[in-house]
Design a protein around this ligand. Structure first.
Ligand code: ATP
Ligand code: MG
Length: 390
């Protein structure tokens, strides 16, 4: 007898011939997250992955919390793996699920006999187990339509599994199955949410952050590290490139019309991020922009930002309101870090009246006053690399 974790794949089931590859990547991702907790055996069975700890010293609370953050999992549950005989099943079911059962008022047992050699049919298995549960918890009623606790008894090839209600998984696609992209990460609320949302669709991430010391502080950089550490609990490890941006911002301030500061700066960010992305084998950029949220995020402004790169730019928050973004940021534990008050380079030289309907040609003219290529090269040389692991 042993406690294990049963995992149901999400959209993986739809992937036809690729399914097995997707499943292997999912298992690799789970394995990486659980490795620090001890040894586990992984068994693939139909659309379920059984995660079986080698011994009882493993912290199963932590293991299931970690599983809950792995993308590609529709739902999961802890389960008790017992011998395939009724004596064990009837003895352990009420005992193992007692904490769920004692606070519930209704339940149902669903027997699933995958091994057709097992002497009882699925309905017989359900009826007998239900009776054993009622004997220990006489306050319960059976509700076959909408039970508070759904007990599932699965008879598999080697063992029987007893489980209660399942927990919703992180959903999405296993990280790494959709390729790799570079997220432009600030210390704000939006970009960590954007990173999380695209990792959820199966992208591996690298991150690019622009820092302008001494206008921005070491704490602002540390804040970005903390944010990425939270995101990495879902996405896996993230390589962070911190680009020295001071000279570019000073040049913009010294040479360009004030109402264009932010947009010229955003265009530099995109150019530099694309260069890093290409070198790191990424095929898209990700930003935390949302239509109309600030002057640099109007339709025309976003067009002017996009036009300096040729990679796709993913903006998963484009149609979300701020409160919707905040609710995701709370869910992934980045909100409290994001609101720590350290200045980002965007807020350093903010124009009083930024252009909301910029013209491409006006921006190009303003940039003629700068040596764009040389500034980009210099910034790339002035870049620090660090690995963010959770
Ligand atoms: P956020 O909350 O993500 O900072 P925001 O609403 O404050 O977003 P802006 O400051 O205009 O919006 O930034 C828009 C996007 O540009 C950010 O979501 C992020 O992807 C990118 N960005 C902004 N500042 C930086 C920075 N210092 N380093 C890297 N990327 C940045
Ligand atoms: Mg910002």
């Amino acid at each position: 007898m042993k406690e294990i974790i049963l995992i149901k794949n999400g959209e993986l089931a739809l992937k036809g011939l690729n399914r097995s590859t997707f499943e292997d990547i999912l298992i690799k991702n789970i394995r990486r997250r659980l490795k620090p907790l001890g040894e586990f055996e992984y068994r693939k069975e139909q659309s379920t992955v059984c995660v079986i700890p080698a011994d009882s010293s493993v912290d199963m609370d932590e293991a299931s919390a970690r599983v809950g953050r792995v993308f590609g999992i529709a739902c999961y549950s802890r389960a008790l793996m017992v011998e395939k005989n009724m004596e064990e099943i009837l003895k352990y079911t009420p005992e193992y699920l007692s904490s769920q059962l004692k606070n519930a008022s209704t339940f149902k047992v669903e027997g699933k006999r995958a091994d057709k050699k097992f002497p009882l049919t699925s309905p017989e298995l359900s009826a007998l187990t239900g009776a054993a549960v009622l004997e220990k918890f006489p306050h319960l009623k059976v509700d076959v339509k909408n039970p508070e606790v759904l007990i599932t008894i699965e008879i598999r090839e080697k063992n029987a599994f007893i489980r209660g209600n399942q927990t919703k998984g992180a959903g999405g696609m296993p990280t790494g199955t959709a390729g790799k992209a570079a997220v432009l990460i600030s210390g704000g609320i939006d970009s960590p949410v954007a990173a999380y949302m695209m990792a959820k669709r199966g992208l591996s991430l690298i991150a690019v952050h622009f820092a302008s010391p001494p206008y921005t502080s070491p704490q602002a950089e540390e804040k970005v590290h903390k944010l990425l550490r939270e995101v990495s609990k879902y996405s896996g490890n993230i390589t962070l490139f911190t680009v020295g941006f001071t000279e570019i911002q000073e040049q913009i301030r010294g040479n360009c019309p004030e109402d264009l500061f932010t947009l010229v700066m955003r265009r530099f960010m995109m150019r530099i991020a694309q260069r890093i992305a290409c070198k790191e084998d990424c095929h898209a950029l990700i930003t935390g922009e949302s239509l109309g949220q600030v002057a640099s995020q109007t339709l025309l402004a976003l067009g002017c930002t996009d036009s300096v790169v040729d990679m796709p730019v993913f903006r998963p928050l484009i149609g979300l309101d701020k409160d919707e973004i905040i609710s995701v940021s709370r869910k992934i534990d980045t909100f409290d870090i994001s609101i720590e008050p350290f200045e980002d380079c965007c807020t350093v030289f903010t124009p009083k009246h930024p252009k909301t309907k910029p013209q491409q040609s006006v921006l190009e003219n303003a940039e003629k006053l700068l040596d764009v290529d040389a500034l980009v090269e210099k910034a790339l040389e002035n870049t620090k690399v660090m690995n963010i692991c959770f």
